[in-house]
Design a protein around this ligand. Structure first.
Ligand code: KG4
Ligand code: ZN
Length: 361
């Protein structure tokens, strides 16, 4: 054990960011390089998988080279393992990172460690930036809320790499709802940051969107919000919903801001209330929030205030570590590597990989 360096080189290409990072001991970021495809996909208002995969091919080697240079990796003897996202994600995108990671592991005689992208979003809470003062790691038992473009769920963790599903979305992911409603309001892609920005400028805050509580479960539902938003937009335009196009309605800025505010409040209210109730129920010491939507400052604020009142610790990574990156894969990869988990040359992309499945009732 003692001769292990604790340095993990991690590769992440599951969706639309080409990313390579080097992380020490599951915590300290040495370097974290992310090439974002946002500008590329904003032209189409969303991700075209084939376009994303080609962009990964274009950027994989330059991103790796930059990370290698910044981390001062020379002969690779100080790298303990190569970690890579095996899923879930877009198959063509995943394959680019997996092929790169396999090649590096083989070439340099290093262990290959597969990581679940969703646990990466949770392990972002362990990360420390270069030069950042040390701080305590999240304490178990914890409740993790993962809110991304493709996933929304709550899990309990009583130890490293152990996940018990508490609840999940029964339809759209929270980020997907932000993206769809953003598009409807004529805001740029991705919808999340655009809605947050528009909502901050809302003067009247009286538009109330429905909340899908789904009884006292920890499940979520967000698909009704797009319908509610369409109804509100049609009312604003003074036309029938059926006569309205699906995207980019031409609304005054003030109306966009009010609708963005009402929508965001609805999502944040349900996400934060269920997370806090779950934390109380399992006597959690920490709440961890991860995934792109965790970059939302209103969501962070709600959860932080609620947790403080209950005496529960909260860790929400800085926004750049909430959205997709490879440092989070490096953090999870460290714990997986030390647990002896290995991928072989036959490691395959797993587009529908789950983190935890519902328990039988
Ligand atoms: O985790 P992520 O980068 O990629 C996936 O694995 O899906 O999440 C992307 C999602 C998008 O739906 C985006 O609209 C949302 O995160 N997002 C936000 C914010 N920043 C990104 N949603 C709400 N508020 C934000 N500030
Ligand atoms: Zn993600």
């Amino acid at each position: 054990m003692t001769d292990l360096s604790g340095r993990i080189l991690a590769v992440e290409t599951s969706c639309d960011e080409t990313a390579v990072a080097v992380v020490e001991n599951g915590r300290r970021i040495v370097t974290n390089v992310v090439a974002s495809q946002v500008a590329l996909h904003s032209a189409t208002g969303g991700i075209v998988p084939e376009v994303a995969a080609r962009a990964h091919l274009r950027w994989m080697i330059p991103v790796l080279e930059q990370a290698r240079r910044e981390a001062g990796i020379g002969d690779w003897s100080d790298v303990e393992a190569v970690a890579v996202t095996e899923g879930p994600g877009l198959v063509g995108s995943l394959l680019v990172g997996i092929t790169m990671a396999k090649t590096l592991a083989w070439l340099h005689g290093l262990p290959l460690v597969p990581v679940n992208h969703l646990e990466g979003h949770i392990y972002a809470a362990w990360l420390l930036d270069p030069g950042e003062a040390d701080k305590p790691a999240p304490e178990f038992p914890l409740v993790a809320l993962v809110v991304s473009g493709g996933h929304t769920f709550l899990v309990e963790m009583t130890d490293h790499l152990s996940y018990r599903l508490l609840g999940q979305t029964v339809d759209d992911a929270a980020g997907e709802a932000f993206d769809k409603v953003g598009r409807l309001l004529g805001l740029p892609y991705p919808g999340g940051p655009a809605i947050m920005q528009a909502a901050a400028g809302a003067e009247h805050r009286d538009r109330v969107f429905p909340r899908a509580w789904l009884g006292d479960t920890f499940d979520f539902s967000f698909s009704g919000l797009k319908t509610a938003a369409r109804r509100e937009v049609a009312r604003e335009l003074g036309i029938e919903v059926d006569h309205m196009g699906s995207d980019g309605q031409d609304l005054p800025d003030a109306a966009v801001a009010e609708l963005a505010y009402g929508f965001q409040e609805s999502v944040v209210d349900v996400l934060s209330a269920k997370t806090l109730r779950a934390a109380e129920e399992i006597d959690a010491r920490t709440i961890v929030v991860g995934g792109g939507v965790a970059a939302n400052s209103v969501l962070r604020g709600h959860i932080e205030q609620g947790a403080e009142r209950r005496g529960i610790g909260v860790v929400v990574p800085r926004p750049g570590l909430c959205t997709d990156n490879a440092a989070m894969i490096g953090a999870a990869g460290f714990f997986r590597s030390r647990a002896g988990e290995r991928g072989g040359v036959d490691l395959a992309a797993r587009p529908s990989l789950k983190l935890a499945v519902p328990e039988p009732v």
